[in-house]
Design a protein around this ligand. Sequence first.
Ligand SMILES: Cc1ncc(COP(=O)(O)O)c(C=O)c1O
Length: 330
Amino acid sequence: MVNKGDHVHMFEPYYTQYINHIEFAGADCVTSPMYTNDKGEWFFDFDHFEKSLDENSKLLIITNPHNPSGKIFTEDEIARLSAILDKWPQVTVLSDEVYFHLPFDGRKLVSFANYSESNWKKTVNVFSAGKMLNCTGWKIGWAIGPKDLIHQAFFVHEASVFCPNVPGQYALSKSLEQAFTQPYEGYKNYFAFVQSVFQAGRDACQELLSYSQNIKFKPTVVESGYFMPVDISGCEEHIPEKYFLKNVNYEDDEKTLVKQMQFPDNFERVPLDFALCRYLAVEKGVSCMPVSNFCLHESKTPLHNYIRIAICRPPDQFLNPSMIEKFKTL
Ligand SMILES: Cc1ncc(COP(=O)(O)O)c(C=O)c1O
């Protein structure tokens, strides 16, 4: 799909694995920001994206529903993106829809490829069994798209994984139809069940965060997926100073698995989101992800004020006495 010197566009924050694929192909990554408003809703900076396109642009990677923000593209946003890309016909779209089965609060997903005939012709859609069936790690997925684009996937597949785990493929082929058609735990199907568990996980996690005494966690609006970004602006004074020190082994416990992250020279201190995540992991046993980890080091809008929490678990894993006690100490 891309060669050395081609530009691959993404909105930032992006799912981190894309960077490795872009580097592997020798292409260059060009990002456009996402931002939130005061209600915590996420937006894409389409003006920036439009201005960043040129004759070197070859691929746009979108994630819908998006990781880490949990945003679903609205129909207007898909329309805007389609109109922009119609002006640059050499740009292919890779639409990562691994969370397509998880829209919350009755939302509907508009897939970029389904929006128009011209979108379909330029799009490869990717899906993951691991995500759909809550078994991340199976590493089985599939791609759907027009023949000329899908054809390229065969070469990559043979040169990378070569052959996936065949028993897993059989298991998937047997369960996929059932997951759509059979009632599950009182729900219309397995996906309706998972949606309701994760949505309840999101709501329970929001409640848990409200128990914190000092740190003001402000959850953003999560429309889908496994994760919830949370605005942590202003929490510096509640994190011990040692978590802000760069290139220092700060861990008190030798057995801790939390490793030092190497930051570039122009970072004087550990950014706020990393500092909070280290503090939560080391002292509270709570593991979150710094959202600037989903941005380029040289990003102009690195989202250091957000952490990402996994909500893909039943509500009682958030709202239980031990977790509530922990959060009361924050
Ligand atoms: C947006 C996105 N795409 C792809 C994947 C990879 O899924 P898999 O577990 O099937 O490798 C993930 C996993 O977290 C993801 O968040």
